[in-house]
Design a binder for this molecule. Sequence first.
Ligand SMILES: NC(=O)c1ccc[n+]([C@@H]2O[C@H](COP(=O)([O-])OP(=O)(O)OC[C@H]3O[C@@H](n4cnc5c(N)ncnc54)[C@H](O)[C@@H]3O)[C@@H](O)[C@H]2O)c1
Length: 148
Amino acid sequence: MTRVAILGAGIGGEHLTAYRALPDHFSVALLVDQDSARAEALRAGDGYRTETDISKALANPQIDLIDICLPPHLHVPVTLQALEAGKHVICEKPLATSLRDAHQIRDAASRTGRDVFPVFQYRWGPALATLRSLIREGSRRQASGRID
Ligand SMILES: NC(=O)c1ccc[n+]([C@@H]2O[C@H](COP(=O)([O-])OP(=O)(O)OC[C@H]3O[C@@H](n4cnc5c(N)ncnc54)[C@H](O)[C@@H]3O)[C@@H](O)[C@H]2O)c1
């Protein structure tokens, strides 16, 4: 059982719904939002506690996984803090907006031995389908010796 703290009660509410659907795997123990009424409003018989201070989740030894659903500017710093606190991380998109930040997160995950799962649910959308088709087309051209 993975014990989760969700940070942010906007899209965090959708994550909560997903965890509720997997009760054998995940238990949401904490929901953090500086707007405590927003965090409370999501409760539907759940046993989670609410906090307004992110550091409470990071310092809590009962938490295995920090699920970051905060505004984008907090993604990199809170991901790094969570890894340093020994937590696994799920982070809403964008995980980072520069290669430098992405590499810093990769290095911190490697050093702490924790996993980072960036949310990215557009694998099958039109943009990536187009990209995949261009890559396939490029491979076919390479294989046939044609260079355009
Ligand atoms: N994957 C998707 O399809 C999807 C959809 C929507 C949003 N998102 C991403 O999720 C993230 C959050 O988006 P949202 O729509 O839920 O935003 P939102 O503004 O509705 O919710 C963010 C919440 O974080 C809280 N918060 C902000 N700073 C805080 C702090 N320092 N301490 C505690 N709480 C704090 C706010 O009070 C707010 O309730 C964004 O990065 C966005 O890009 C992804």
